[in-house]
Write a protein that binds this ligand. Sequence first.
Ligand code: SF4
Length: 342
Amino acid sequence: MSSFKAGEPPSARDSAAERASEARAIPVAPAGDPATFPALAEEIHRLARERDAVILAHSYERPEIQDVADHVGDSLMLSRVAATAPQSTIVFCGVSFMAETAKILSPEKTVLLPDLAAGCSLADSITVEQLRQWKAQHPGAVVVSYVNTTAAVKAESDYCCTSGNARAVIEAVPRDRQILFLPDMFLGMWLERVTGRKLTIWLGECHVHAGIRAEDVERWHREEPGAELLVHPECGCTSQVIEAAGDQAHILSTEGMVAFAERSKADSFLVATEVGILHRLALKAPGKRFVPVNREAVCQYMKLITLEKLRDALRHNVYQIDVPTDVAARARLALERMIAIA
Ligand code: SF4
């Protein structure tokens, strides 16, 4: 049943023209004076060459960071790049669990995170002690962890997955086995729907995606009825959106959104995920219009990385990420299974 309130008038501030105009800009202020960015970018590229470093950036990073990176993508894509990159140093413009993942997959390489405060509320929603207790309550269950987890949690998991391959990972587990899925409850509920499997789900969430509510989507959908709706499965609105928007709603990973927008014949898209993806979408599908359903969907952890911090990371070889050898060995098994399943 649709929960759209079709007769409800938008507020004056929320007129279609005003919101459409707002939507053209990436709703994140640059960190510093944009006039300095070209010189900083040049210095960063020179330092990266000298240090034999590859720069990886998540699609939620600031536009200027995405522009200077060698590779931009989601966790799955960047994990694959980290595992195969020939350079001896990886600079990860993302959050700490991503840098840990790169270190686990490439223990012989130096992995740098330009700001150690770049964490993740979703990864913080379960500790390794909580996972051990949960496993003890469900002996014999298979543990599938979203990649947004600490190295210690990965080490206690059978499989990792990203939003790009979570469905395939669940389908790879024999149907007679109980699955403990963690830590994102919205992704878990979506997986139950698309796989038809009953999962035991940890009740964690990402504060950014949980903040994208059905009301945001409904409001935009009223004013842009022809737009395709791209929804990340971590969003709090996912279940209502599927029901309400029908064929126009596409539940996609961030890389899936980029690929969909590139090949779609549509020229207008509503985007329900962290707003950093708008920069990548605009680059990959020029001439098309992308509207964030919630302009407040900004991950402050991702936005901690600035060009100055990236430059300083390369200059001073900081901050180096290390994972204890025994933890890394067990976590690597779960990650390698994730990478092997397309
Ligand atoms: S957007 Fe959410 S899941 Fe992604 S890094 Fe930020 S807090 Fe974590």
